[in-house]
Ligand binder design. Structure first.
Ligand code: ATP
Ligand code: FE
Length: 329
């Protein structure tokens, strides 16, 4: 069966197509993304402009995604679209488009949670069989969930201040390494000394599983002012950011007895983070290429799981929500 997935939660128009086999295995057939550029001149995403750009692009990106998958609208068996969290005006565009397609074809429509989409991006690489831990490290979230059963999310820990991706972006900016910061830090770090700048481990000695990045950011600023080389700053910051993410997740895995960890969101593209997680001995699953940052295929993967599990379709009157915690307990 064929599932269309749509994400318009922020400034990327993403549409993907996923094929679901009777045994529940999935294959990403296409993943088209239109990244808006109008916001650059403002130094941040302008919500109203984002909505308008989604309206102008959504049909075209969806047509491209279907085309690349070798299918047409009539072949679809289900449609999924992000309903939140995100920019409400932007979300509404993808949500309305998805509902319209589903209604016209008389197939189930699934309203998807954006973070569940980020987690299911990893289903492109391996079957996600609960129980497992899910660490979402993106531009707006650093959230660690326990997933005891499919569709159930228990929040185990979260950042107390900045999200991991946000910290990468801010440190890159202050070190003059450009935007987006994650890839820039990752690249500069290969030429720097990770032990050149001494950072303190955030929340050292805590009993819980929360994260903190504002201390690293401040320490990076002070080191920059003291004349640290951008490459050394990048390597040292990245090493400590990776260490805090991996160590806290590892402790949570030991405490919960989970042997599998899904690591997703934009920061999951980081090579140093992947290497450190792979060295833990846990079974670690990352999203495939191009599925770490916002995209439509990850929403199609979440929709495919819902379809396979026979979950009830969402109501077509379901609206977009700016804030929606994923945790169910
Ligand atoms: P959210 O889903 O929480 O609303 P988002 O969808 O905007 O946030 P993503 O698109 O998942 O966030 O991720 C973007 C973030 O990932 C940016 O902060 C970026 O710097 C970071 N990032 C991307 N590539 C890398 C990398 N190689 N290393 C570290 N960080 C990275
Ligand atoms: Fe996202």
């Amino acid at each position: 069966r064929l599932v269309l997935g749509i994400d318009t939660s922020c400034d990327d128009t993403g549409v993907g197509v996923v094929e679901l086999a009777p045994d529940g295995s999935v294959r990403v057939r296409s993943n088209r993304i239109w990244s808006q550029t109008v916001h650059a001149q403002y130094g941040g995403v302008m919500p109203e402009l984002a909505s308008r750009e989604h309206v102008e692009r959504i049909a075209q990106i969806a047509a491209e995604a279907l085309d690349e998958a070798g299918h047409t609208l009539g072949d679809l068996d289900a449609v999924a679209a992000t309903s939140g969290p995100g920019l409400v005006g932007a979300l509404l565009v993808g949500l309305m488009y998805g509902k319209g397609v589903a209604q016209a074809l008389d197939v189930p429509f699934y309203a998807a949670h954006h973070l569940e989409g980020h987690i299911f991006a990893a289903a492109s690489e391996a079957e996600l069989r609960a129980p497992y831990l899910a660490l979402v490290v993106s531009g707006g979230h650093t959230h660690l969930f326990d997933v005891p059963r499919s569709g159930e999310y228990v929040l185990v820990g979260a950042t107390k201040d900045d999200a991991a991706g946000e910290a990468f972006d801010k440190v890159a900016r202050l070190a003059g390494l450009g935007y987006p910061g994650g890839p820039a830090i990752s690249e500069a770090a290969t030429r720097g000394d990770p032990d050149a700048v001494a950072f303190k481990v955030p929340l050292q000695g805590q009993k819980g599983f929360d994260f903190s990045f504002s201390g690293l950011k401040t320490a990076a600023l002070l080191a920059h002012r003291a004349g640290a080389a951008p490459e050394d700053l990048a390597a040292s910051f990245q090493q400590m950011a990776v260490r805090t993410l991996v160590n806290t997740t590892l402790r949570a895995a030991e405490a919960t007895g989970r042997a599998t960890v899904v690591v997703s969101g934009g920061v999951a593209a980081n090579a140093a983070l992947r290497a450190a997680f792979q060295a833990t001995g846990l079974r670690v699953v990352f999203p495939g290429r191009g599925l770490n940052t916002d995209n439509g295929a990850m929403i199609a993967l979440a929709g495919a799981a819902a379809l396979h599990e026979g979950r009830a379709a969402s109501s077509l009157s379901e609206g977009a929500v700016a804030y929606a915690p994923l945790a169910t307990a």
